[in-house]
Design a protein. Sequence first.
Length: 365
Amino acid sequence: MTLSHAQEQMWFLHQMEPSPAYTVPVAYDITGPLDVDVLCAALQTVVDRHEILRTEFVDVDGQPTARVHPPTPLPCPLVELTSGEPELREALKAACAQPLTLDGPHRMSARVYRLTGEHHVLFLMFHHIAVDGMSVQCLLDEVQRYCGSGGTGAPLPPAPQFADHVKAERAADSDPTSDDAHLSYWRTRLAGVDEVTLPADRPRPTGTATHSGRLLRHDLRPGFMAAVEGLAVRERVTPFMVLLAAFAWTLGRTTGSTDIPVGVATSSRASAESFETVGLFVNMLTVRNRIDPALTFRAFLQQTRQNLLADLEHREVPFSQVVRVIRPPPPPRGEPAVQRGHGLRAQKTGPESVAGSGFAAPGRA
């Protein structure tokens, strides 16, 4: 089987540099009594239901090819921890550092850590070629339904398969005029786009990425998001647009550039069925922001709104095709046409019930 455009891009990245950077690790805190056997059986059920979790991606005559494996037992070891949270953090850190391969029967791994009799952590790691963020939530919902019935509930209906999305995408590719207007838009929109260089106290490394950079977390002051949402209401924009405009504005002030491209990940899920499908429904947009020093931030916010809405009208074009059309200068590292990204991730809060336990909202491991 052929791959989707997004999967092809992920496959080529993996071939150049197999790395945990292309995995999606998540950890779920489970409090209360837990039937580990039922939990592992639930995971096996979702793997059996969704072919993409059993699909390997191999090189056939220089081309990536997808092959679906028959249902195969998914290892789900129970790991006993005796030293509490510090030991758990080290265990999760080590687990996250292990890259997943693209061959073999599974594109995910699972394990359960037991801290006490009524405190467990479920750790899952997926290769990004098989899932996106919504896929993970879809899988969790299915696990919860299975565990909530103790494994004795009515079977779920057949799951929609990502392979059907790939077939539809490739069928659209066969129409040579289907994307002409979209590609013409991006050719004009991104003409002359170039990398924005951030000031730094040392040269940016070139060559093979080490992925040794650090993650900076910053707690926003109380009331910050309420202020963002208030501004969004007054200006008739979304909170995402406010934060995107602020990010681009800050990059402009930091770099001195008036031409700021920012990557925004979008979803190609359009039908109701696609929201129940596990797979990589992600495409990247390069939202180009022109900063005029004479503009107020409110005026720039409206400009950002207009740009983003116009770009979203042309989001169907795969990012790889856009890059081929505009031919931006190759960066020393990272994606051409976009070196800075902006995202806003909604997260469920509050405990949910799984097998009689408090099953907390997911956190990236």
